[in-house]
Design a protein around this ligand. Structure first.
Ligand code: ATP
Ligand code: MG
Ligand code: MG
Length: 588
């Protein structure tokens, strides 16, 4: 029958008092704060927030923190930061004032919820189920319980504790709550049907004993609700309309519905109840989307923390140079399906990055495998020590972004691969004069120094090992880019460069995939790892790079997308460290 619990945290009305406009579409993203969010979570975040947004509704960020041992404040903070970074913190907030929901922990954001704030309600609901003969305390050993659960095709066996009276169960459950039983000694189970073809309905566990300190509730509780029990209640208290989860939970839906129907009958909750909808989880080739396995990588030291730029965590992707726009576009393109098992190509993530960055990213010249280039006639043509000012658009698609400035002098850095002492067939960049197959002398090749002049290779210097130490070239006058005579000399190649006079030293971290395995996660992690996933090089960049900021990726012309490393930036602003985000083309 209907009972009033009257304004306590054990009362649904108490929680619902804080929920604005119950008629709206109301979604939730419910991470467990037991690790950092990864790309799979981004898919779920994007789906929940954009569906809510498209239907004029709201989306809750709910910390599903019902498991005391693995949850930590560090993870709560990291999840909050990831949401803020994706710009889902305030956009769809429902204007709920923190003080209107006194039951909730202090919140930074109006739409933030903690499952652990509902422990009182969950406990009251458990007592109700016991009183109604719908739950019992089972004291079989875990082994007995699992043996008696049966199997697919084999019905389970009733526990000998299943026929306890409600009064016995209530007394025993309170002893559990009061700390009189050790961990594992008993569980509270729903009393449904041990012969159900759906194993999830064979008297699922509702509460277990864990003498552990919880990050939010401290030592107040030593019994904790199971996920399958807690989650429907959380959704109902928050008046979620559409509870979206991954396909693995499809078989849990009957219990979700059973529980909410029973609590509505008992007057603890009001109809309409939320509905669970399932969609396929996101799998991406060469990356792992499992917090547990990502934690293993961190704990075993295979990566340098959760935000290592090789990690598929949102913190790692961010440090690598992935932007919220790129991640959202990737989620949108990867689609939402009801059939599992498909893998999305990692290349699709890079494509989304390039498509979103190309129109907006600032450009810069950089040389990552430098060799010196000396212009032998510079002094004669320009005067000793002269530096010729050059400029280039910050972004060729956006004139309003302005110009960048750097200078050309007698000594430059160019990419080692832009010179060949003996050119291979079809090579169009710098090579010295040589004797052709016909015995006739041939000229050295001409190239344009991008945004500068045309130069013609005249020779090179090498060390005792045959390593090229300096390329020599002559500048061809009146060919400066942007001047009237610029095109008078035709060239087949254009190369990047930086002037030795104003170049800045840069450290560049080139990343390869962390996993060689296409579908990592099926074998031992260490066997699937790529042992050479990081190559650090020392290069040179144009002076504008001193202004580069973390979170704002740049395009190094002809080389790819790069971003200032946030950790190095916060440690030493004079040390220019860049992470390679992706190449300019599909790297497959
Ligand atoms: P993990 O196994 O990595 O810990 P999880 O599902 O246990 O993942 P939660 O913190 O419970 O982690 O996840 C919060 C939400 O994110 C859930 O609703 C879950 O369905 C969703 N989610 C997690 N991984 C993926 C994925 N790969 N694709 C889509 N959604 C995901
Ligand atoms: Mg989970
Ligand atoms: Mg998990």
């Amino acid at each position: 029958g209907q009972r009033s619990w009257g304004g306590s945290p054990g009362d649904a009305a108490h929680h619902r008092a804080g929920i604005v406009d119950p008629a709206k579409v109301r979604m939730r993203f419910p991470p467990e704060p037991n690790g950092y969010l990864h790309l799979g979570h981004a898919k779920s975040i994007w789906l929940n927030f954009s569906l809510a947004h498209d239907h004029g509704g709201v989306c809750h960020l709910r910390f599903d923190d019902t498991n005391p041992e693995k949850e930590e404040q560090e993870y709560v903070d990291a999840i909050r930061e990831a949401l803020r970074w994706l710009r889902y913190d305030t956009e769809f907030a429902d204007g709920l004032a923190p003080e209107s929901a006194a039951c909730m922990a202090p919140r930074e954001q109006a739409h933030e919820y903690f499952a652990s704030n509902y422990f009182d309600f969950m406990y009251r609901a458990a007592e109700y189920l016991i009183e109604a003969g719908l739950a019992y305390v089972d004291e079989q050993t875990p082994e007995q319980m699992s043996a008696n659960r049966g199997d697919f095709g084999t019905p389970g066996k009733n526990s000998p504790f299943r026929s306890r009276t409600p009064a016995e169960n209530l007394a025993r459950f309170r002893e559990m709550r009061d700390g009189q039983l050790p961990d594992g000694a008993a569980v509270l189970r729903a009393k449904i049907d041990m012969a159900s073809p759906n194993i999830n309905l064979r008297d699922p566990a509702l509460y277990r004993i864990r003498h552990a300190t919880h990050h939010n509730t401290g030592d107040r509780w030593c019994i904790y609700p199971m996920y399958t029990y807690a989650h429907p209640i959380e959704d109902a208290l928050e008046q979620i309309t559409h509870s979206i989860c991954t396909l693995e939970f499809e078989d849990q839906r009957p219990f979700y519905d059973w529980l909410l129907a029973r609590l509505c009958e008992g007057g603890l909750l009001d109809a309409p109840s939320p509905h669970q909808y399932e969609f396929a989880r996101l799998n991406v080739t060469h990356i792992l989307t499992s917090k547990r396995k990502l934690r293993q990588l961190v704990e075993e030291g295979h990566v340098d923390g959760w935000d290592d730029p090789r990690m598929p965590t949102l913190a790692g992707l961010r440090r690598r140079g992935y932007t919220p726009e790129a991640i959202k576009l990737f989620c949108e393109r990867s689609g939402v399906t009801k059939t599992g098992g498909a893998w999305t190509e990692y290349a699709a993530l890079e494509a989304a990055l390039r498509d979103t960055l190309d129109p907006v990213a600032a450009r810069a010249l950089a040389v990552l495998d430098p060799v010196a280039l000396h212009i032998v006639n510079w002094e004669a043509l320009m005067g000793a020590g002269h530096l010729e000012p050059c400029h280039a658009p910050v972004n060729p698609h956006d004139e309003a972004a302005g110009q960048r400035h750097f200078s050309l002098g007698a000594d430059l850095w160019i990419e080692r691969e832009d010179f060949m002492a003996v050119p291979s067939k079809g090579f169009r960049r710098l090579y010295p004069p040589y004797t052709g197959g016909d015995g006739q002398p041939k000229d050295g090749n001409k190239v344009r120094l991008k945004y500068g002049y045309v130069v013609q290779c005249t020779g090179f210097e090498q060390d005792a090992n045959g390593q090229v130490t300096r390329v020599l070239a002559e500048l061809i006058p009146d060919t400066k880019s942007g001047t009237p005579g610029a095109d008078s000399v035709k060239v087949k190649g254009v190369i990047g460069w930086v002037g030795q006079a104003d170049a800045v030293a840069i450290e560049v971290r080139n990343y390869e995939r962390l996993f060689n395995a296409e579908h990592p996660g099926s074998a031992e992690l260490t066997e699937e790892l790529n042992p050479n996933s990081l190559h650090t090089v020392q290069g040179w960049g144009e002076p504008s790079l001193t202004q580069a900021q973390p979170d704002v990726p740049l395009q190094f012309e002809r080389l790819g997308y790069f971003v200032r490393d946030s950790r190095a930036f916060s440690q030493d602003r004079d040390h220019l460290v860049f992470n390679r985000t992706s190449g300019l083309k599909d790297s497959k």
